[in-house]
Design a protein around this ligand. Structure first.
Ligand code: F6P
Length: 351
């Protein structure tokens, strides 16, 4: 039997600190947590219940959907639509805003999620996760549309992720630090195991898909080249590299032992401003990382201050230990200054 703080107790105690809180947000969080438990259960059964493999469909981004992508999306929609806490939802797996059916009451929050991040990893039994972000529905809006979701990340009320790994964990911020909870399957509760998570300021570990190296911009190439040069290079120390290809797992590692994660803009498809999605991947992860003392940038701007223009907008992402992120941002600045002085422009590169 556990005698630590359960997630339910934790969020109720948080609520008591907010004068005038109605309990609405607390219930919303509890409902998200329950949905994550259902997804964790499905993910852990995998091949036993025949849910590995592709669903035979594509999502709005033209990516092949896995059966578990579709299942996880469905679990979140069905668990959240009836609760009365949401005005609308948006997901990586749904092209349009999901309106709350007329038979259910509407609430004051907007929920965005990536139901199963890193899903290319499902079939090989590597960690995947659910990422979510909560915004307030603007006052007086009864029928939220895309424009009402297009709020900068600084407006997030709450951000979190569940990671389905060797253990299932839920990591959460409501703007007062970051706390991590581990699912105790015997009692069906998340228990506070990682209070006040902090990203170490310095690190010697980087994560990037190096197979794209030839498509990156010069500042990213410079940063990675210097890491690879190790003790003999300008950094004067050796670096380690990791690439899980599940953003949730990379961010979780960074919260645990530091590091930097990058999915920068690259030249493969200059029309795409990055690979990761701003509203339900970059923004919630940026809020978590900043709340844990780290930094999150596009290389040229703070992610949380990017003004969204589309629901499924993509953005370059550089996040993790503050000093390393600041170094990458400086390399971009130096590069842009040199370019402005007449160096060769990179076609399609973000400005
Ligand atoms: O959808 C995003 C994602 O799966 C991230 O979780 C991960 O960081 C990235 O894509 C992996 O990309 P790649 O296939 O290029 O390694």
């Amino acid at each position: 039997m556990h005698n630590g703080t359960s997630l339910t107790q934790f969020i109720i105690e948080e609520q008591r600190r907010i004068p005038g809180a109605t309990g609405d947000f607390t219930s919303l969080l509890n409902d998200i947590v329950t949905a994550c438990k259902v997804i964790a259960n499905a993910v852990s059964k995998g091949g036993l219940i025949g849910i590995l493999g592709t669903a035979g469909s594509e999502n709005v981004q033209g990516e092949t959907q896995k059966k578990l992508d579709v299942i996880a999306n469905d679990v979140l929609v069905r668990s959240m639509e009836w609760t009365g806490h949401l005005a609308a939802m948006a997901s990586e797996e749904m092209e349009d805003v999901y309106r709350i059916p007329g038979r259910y009451p509407r609430g004051k929050y907007l929920l965005l999620f990536d139901p199963l991040d890193g899903s290319s990893n499902i079939d090989v039994n590597v960690s995947v996760g659910t990422i979510f972000s909560v915004l307030r529905c603007p006052e007086g809006v009864d029928e939220p549309a895309v424009e009402h979701f297009l709020q900068p990340g600084t407006e997030q009320v709450c951000a979190g992720y569940a990671i389905y790994g060797p253990s299932t964990m839920l990591v959460l911020t409501t703007g007062h630090g970051v706390n991590g909870f581990t699912l105790d399957r015997e009692i069906g509760e998340f228990v506070l195991t990682h209070p006040d998570m902090q990203v170490p300021a310095e690190t010697s570990e980087f994560a990037i898909n190096v197979s794209n190296e030839r498509f990156w911009e010069a500042p990213v190439q410079r940063y990675v080249r210097e890491c690879l040069q190790g003790e003999e290079g300008p950094r004067g120390r050796n670096f380690n590299m990791r690439w899980v290809a599940s953003m949730v797992a990379e961010v979780h590692r960074i919260l645990t032992r530091g590091g930097i994660f990058m999915y920068p803009w690259d030249r493969r498809d200059p029309s795409k401003p990055g690979r990761l999605r701003l509203m339900y991947e970059a923004n919630p992860m940026a809020m978590i990382v900043e709340q844990a003392g780290g930094a999150a940038s596009t290389g040229r701007a703070r992610i949380l201050e990017v003004r969204p223009t589309e629901l499924h907008q993509r953005v370059p992402v550089v996040l993790g230990s503050r000093e390393e992120v600041e170094r990458v941002v400086r390399y971009h600045r130096e590069h842009d200054r040199a370019r402005a002085r007449g160096g060769s422009p990179v076609e399609g590169a973000p400005v």
